[in-house]
Design a protein around this ligand. Structure first.
Ligand code: ADP
Ligand code: MG
Length: 323
């Protein structure tokens, strides 16, 4: 027997994610009632995942539930915010119990891990589309932005960018399977939003962005918002062992231009680098210096052979056919 809309909401969404004392009213009424903490600024983000656009058709439902929340957690992390409340707008081709169980288990596990309560949403029939609105809080005036960096600031990235793009290529059969296949697929299917790092970076970073469209593009957005240029050093890019096994050339291309990483890219003033390392040791927090903000507007990548201006034909060096 197919589930009614009401039964579906009751069974899968009435209790999902963390239980929070600041939720006066959650799922079940016409709207949720939430109580932001005194002295905090509310931070809001929304992201949509469309089947066939943001994930391959038939993608595992647990991953879709995880990613729908993870992409929003990553946006809040980039603002230095602490996530709290989520709303889920779900358009489904069918109310299939096994799919819904897997989807909610992926969503709920990540929500619980980050103390996020699901407080409302909407459920409709149609092609598979998942939209999550995430609300969080940051001490008033303390949010990170893309726009605070200055020439001379060091640029960092968390984690190992490029893995997710390789994982998606494996999912889509565009990359031949190798010994690291499971690791790379997992990096696409179950990205790790850097929420704790984002919160800590409020004390250190001059600007921050989350990497969703590719490191080079997003570092460029941070630089542009800050009125700077940026120079990345290709030799400094942190590859996972799995990505490195594809060879430097392909690993570099994926790390610079592949999407779906959900890592943080952030700037730190030169005179604050000692304090950053003392309070958030890079080895412990998993981030790497990859370049420097500079005067002007150019976005460049440098490697041992010299400087490549990626805004021009130099970009082709990275999209050349791979072995
Ligand atoms: P309305 O018709 O007033 O919009 P709905 O029947 O759509 O009410 O929703 C009833 C309740 O269930 C509301 O509190 C709504 O926020 C919640 N809800 C509906 N769909 C979802 C969902 N996918 N996830 C979480 N809460 C949901
Ligand atoms: Mg509704």
């Amino acid at each position: 027997m197919p589930l009614s809309e009401f039964e579906l909401i009751e069974r899968y969404f009435r209790r999902c994610g963390a239980v929070r004392a600041d939720v006066r009213l959650g799922v079940g009424d016409d709207a949720a009632l939430l109580e932001p903490g005194a002295g905090t600024t509310l931070v809001a983000a929304v992201d949509t995942l469309v089947e066939g656009v943001h994930f391959p058709p038939g993608c595992c439902a647990e991953s879709i539930g995880h990613r729908a929340l993870a992409v929003n957690l990553s946006d809040l992390a980039a603002m230095g915010a602490r996530p709290a409340w989520a709303l889920l707008a779900l358009t489904l081709p069918a109310a299939e119990a096994s799919w819904l169980e897997a989807f909610t288990s992926g969503f709920a596990a990540l929500a619980e891990a980050h103390q996020v309560a699901l407080v409302g949403g909407d459920t409709t029939h149609g092609p598979l589309v998942v939209t999550v609105t995430l609300l969080g809080q940051v001490p008033a005036g303390a949010a990170l932005r893309r726009s605070g960096a200055a020439p001379g600031d060091a640029l960092f990235v968390s984690g190992t960018p490029g893995d997710a793009a390789a994982g998606l290529a494996l999912e889509q059969g565009r990359l031949a399977a190798g010994e690291h296949e499971a690791f790379l697929r997992k990096r696409f299917l179950f990205p790790t939003p850097r929420v704790a790092l984002g919160e800590r970076l409020r004390r250190h970073a001059s600007a921050c962005i989350d990497v969703s469209d590719g490191l080079l593009a997003d570092a460029g957005k941070l630089a542009r918002a800050s009125g700077c240029g940026v120079e990345l050093e290709a030799e400094r890019l942190p590859f996972s062992a799995a990505l490195g096994a594809l060879g430097t050339r392909q690993a570099r291309e994926l790390a610079l231009t592949g999407g779906d990483d959900y890592e943080l890219c952030f700037a730190v003033p030169a005179d604050a680098l000692g304090r950053l390392e003392a309070e958030l040791p890079a080895a412990q927090w998993g981030y790497t210096r990859i370049g420097t903000l500079c005067a002007g507007a150019a976005v460049r990548v440098r490697d041992a052979t010299g400087e490549l201006s990626v805004a021009t034909a130099g970009y082709d060096h990275f999209s050349a056919p791979q072995s």
